[in-house]
Design a protein around this ligand. Structure first.
Ligand code: HEM
Ligand SMILES: *[C@@H]1O[C@H](CO)[C@@H](O)[C@H](O)[C@H]1NC(C)=O
Ligand SMILES: *[C@@H]1O[C@H](CO)[C@@H](O)[C@H](O)[C@H]1NC(C)=O
Ligand SMILES: *[C@@H]1O[C@H](CO)[C@@H](O)[C@H](O)[C@H]1NC(C)=O
Ligand SMILES: *[C@@H]1O[C@H](CO)[C@@H](O)[C@H](O)[C@H]1NC(C)=O
Ligand SMILES: *[C@@H]1O[C@H](CO)[C@@H](O)[C@H](O)[C@H]1NC(C)=O
Ligand SMILES: *[C@@H]1O[C@H](CO)[C@@H](O)[C@H](O)[C@H]1NC(C)=O
Ligand SMILES: *[C@@H]1O[C@H](CO)[C@@H](O)[C@H](O)[C@H]1NC(C)=O
Length: 606
């Protein structure tokens, strides 16, 4: 049989996989996962990363937040059964708390940390995986590659997480079922037990409580809070403080049993700091990618060097406007070019210049915002931060808009770069505006948070507050559509302990009284009652020929969306050794991100 030389085969394979994974905008799930991982936040600026970064301790218990998040991911995955392909990282842990294997305040508080972040395209299991990746990176560990697309389950699985009283055969079988052999079990435990420790509140026999303190006593597994191999070297040189090794009750010394299961040979292989980092990256990647057999993960979600983070044709201040945000990466260790100009260009949809038959319109950004490098520990570790260019331009409704793109000129004599949805300068067809028939108008809409419990449903959050959110939504329908129905599909899965807060259709009615027709559009209003924390809507206008749709994949940020501060996390940066070179975190990184959002309405996919 004729055989291609290996080098050539590899080359062809890499070309194929590149073209399969080529990104085009919009890709709602990719866009949302990329933002959560590399910007660390939802589209309204609510930050997941600021809860954990830089390597934070929790207010109250003073436990390591990253350690809690990493353990949470392991225990969610631990119900995987390789024999029948069930279980894995699937959010089942939500329904498994309170079991002896998942006992403790750390689990419950972690569940609360994550509750606001799942949405229609980001599963809770993906949030848990991203949380684990942030946790490892922010404490000085490796960047674990992230693939998305985990699917949440709505029930608990069988027991599966190992417990310290288990004997070696039980532990080995437990890891085999999860898909890991003996050496991999040892690596996984060492890579997990480099952060955090054992608490008196959960294991009083291992760690005696301090009767004079309301907070638990926590005995860390090693002498640093960082993700480093001290847990290995201190074990090997006999100085370890890890109570799962040192406890005089040998029944409870599970780490000792695991670590010496192969005569310490795997542990010795991890004594090299670089080997530890790379072995942990590989084994934790496998841990996070352990999913039920019927789930197919996406390709790796990589950082997009140039990204349209929001784009929307909408009404604002009695005017049809097109808004967009364009995000570029900037190397932390280089100086941003202050002479750079970024221009948005677009084509008309109707008339003489339809699809750029005549002229192209241009606009300069209304504002430029540089993110703090602390926005996500992953992007920071890659050596970048973001520059965001925000555009708002009035659109003549008789011409409308069909597509847009950007020109970046460094004004240094080099040719400008054209970003038009292709892989290289100028190679794409532009970013599409797929329809202008039905448009949500967030800046005409508003939300009321009602806390008197008189509505059909209310939700009691972890602070004991009951509320319902009433979203009064305003949509604009272009004259000539004559819809038989205008409605939204409303989805909110950001709620702690049941599958979804809302998954319903709500009709919008023509409302000339409150909103007189304008610029060839008529306005419709309707109210969505939601008890969750992140509403997504798809807006539809049903016309005789077809149904027009505009989707909001992420957080619906309305004119008066209230600012909600993060809670439960100590905002004092810890002094983890690996972090000494990192600039102090923003006092309230969440609030300081807000102007970006209010200015630009992020998270919109047309
Ligand atoms: C032989 C298997 C394992 C056993 C018996 C075990 C047992 C334990 C116990 C008893 C604690 C203390 C919990 C508390 O005091 O509330 C703990 C903490 C922890 N475990 Fe494991 N574990 C195992 C494997 C793993 C693995 C594979 C990972 C992750 C890759 C992991 C990550 C963690 C982390 C990060 C903590 C610290 C949590 C914190 O400080 O809040 N463990 N483990
Ligand atoms: C926050 O953490 C710092 C450092 O770990 C600690 O000194 C401080 O007491 C903590 N504050 C609260 C409110 O827990
Ligand atoms: C954590 O939540 C579970 C389930 O709601 C509950 O049974 C358990 O008592 C809680 N544990 C702590 C320490 O709060
Ligand atoms: C050691 O731990 C086991 C499991 O928790 C317990 O049953 C046993 O009583 C303990 N032994 C001693 C001497 O404390
Ligand atoms: C493994 O190393 C530990 C720590 O040095 C030591 O106490 C233990 O005896 C070793 N076990 C084996 C089987 O070599
Ligand atoms: C800046 O960062 C890049 C990428 O991390 C690196 O290759 C380069 O050496 C750095 N330059 C300086 C001056 O540190
Ligand atoms: C609850 O709040 C709504 C909206 O603010 C109000 O219309 C209603 O009268 C209130 N009900 C009670 C029982 O206070
Ligand atoms: C019309 O819209 C206003 C505000 O957007 C709202 O208060 C009013 O209830 C709406 N009227 C109808 C009939 O839906």
């Amino acid at each position: 049989m004729h055989q291609l030389p290996l080098v050539l085969v590899l080359h062809l394979l890499s070309l194929v996989s590149n073209s399969i994974s080529a990104y085009t905008w919009p890709s709602p799930q990719y866009d949302a996962l990329e933002a959560l991982l590399y910007e660390g936040r939802r589209s309204d600026g609510s930050s997941l990363s600021s809860l954990v970064h830089p390597c934070r301790k929790r207010t109250g218990t003073l436990a390591s937040v990253p350690a809690e998040w990493l353990r949470f991911a392991f225990h969610d995955m631990a119900t995987h059964n390789i024999d029948d392909g069930t279980g894995g990282l699937d959010g089942s842990i939500v329904y498994e708390l309170g079991r002896p294997e998942n006992f403790g305040l750390g689990f419950n508080q972690t569940l609360g940390d994550f509750e606001a972040f799942p949405n229609k395209v980001v599963s809770r299991a993906d949030v848990i995986a991203i949380g684990a990746i942030m946790s490892v990176a922010t404490c000085g560990g490796p960047i674990i590659p992230f693939r998305g697309g985990r699917i949440d389950t709505w029930t608990g699985g069988p027991n599966g997480a190992p417990e310290p009283q288990h004997d070696l055969a039980t532990l080995t079988e437990s890891f085999r079922k999860q898909g890991f052999n003996q050496a991999e079990m040892i690596k996984l435990v060492a890579c997990g037990h480099t952060m955090g420790g054992v608490r008196s509140a959960d294991f009083p026999d291992l760690v005696p409580p301090n009767p004079n303190s309301v907070n638990p006593v926590i005995v860390d597994f090693d002498t640093t809070m960082a993700f480093d191999n001290d847990v290995v070297t201190e074990y090997l040189d006999g100085t370890t403080q890890n109570v799962l090794v040192t406890t005089p009750n040998r029944t409870m010394a599970s780490d000792l049993r695991v670590f010496e299961a192969d005569g310490n040979s795997t542990m010795r292989s991890l004594a090299d700091a670089n080997a530890f980092q790379s072995e942990c990256r590989d084994i934790l990647t496998r841990m996070l990618d352990t999913v039920p057999r019927d789930v197919t993960l996406t390709d790796e979600i990589t950082l997009l060097p140039a990204k349209v983070t929001a784009a929307q044709l909408t009404f604002e201040k009695e005017q049809l406007v097109f808004k967009s945000s364009f995000r570029l990466i900037q190397a932390i260790n280089a100086t941003a070019n202050t002479r750079r100009t970024v221009t948005m260009l677009w084509c008309d949809r109707y008339g003489d210049s339809k699809d750029c038959a005549g002229e192209t319109s241009t606009a300069l950004p209304v504002s430029t915002l540089a993110d703090d490098p602390n926005v996500s520990p992953i992007t920071m570790k890659l050596g970048y931060y973001f520059l965001n260019y925000h555009f708002v331009v009035p659109i003549d409704s008789t011409a409308s808009i069909s597509k847009f793109w950007f020109r970046v000129d460094e004004n240094d004599g080099s040719s400008p770069t054209i970003y038009n949805n292709g892989e290289t300068s100028g190679s794409g067809n532009g970013y599409p505006v797929d329809q202008d028939q039905v448009l949500l108008a967030p800046m005409m809409s508003h939300v009321d948070v009602v806390s008197n419990g008189s509505y059909t449903k209310t939700y009691t959050n972890r602070n004991g507050e009951s509320f319902t959110r009433l979203y009064t939504l305003v949509a604009a329908v272009r004259d000539g559509v004559n819809p038989s129905r205008v409605y939204v599909d409303a989805t909110d899965v950001a709620i702690r302990d049941f599958p979804f807060a809302i998954n319903a259709q709500v009709d919008l009615k023509q409302n000339d009284t409150a909103h007189a027709p304008l610029a060839g559009y008529t306005f419709y209003t309707g109210v969505v009652e939601d008890i969750g924390l992140q509403l997504s809507v798809d807006l539809h206008a049903v016309a005789s020929e077809q149904t027009y749709t505009q989707s909001f994949m992420q957080t619906l940020l309305l004119d008066n969306t209230p600012y909600v501060a993060p809670s439960g996390v100590n905002t004092t940066a810890s002094t983890g050794g690996a972090l000494s070179t990192i600039a102090p975190a923003l006092g309230g990184s969440w609030r300081s991100l807000l102007p970006l959002v209010v200015g630009a309405l992020l998270g919109m996919a047309l």
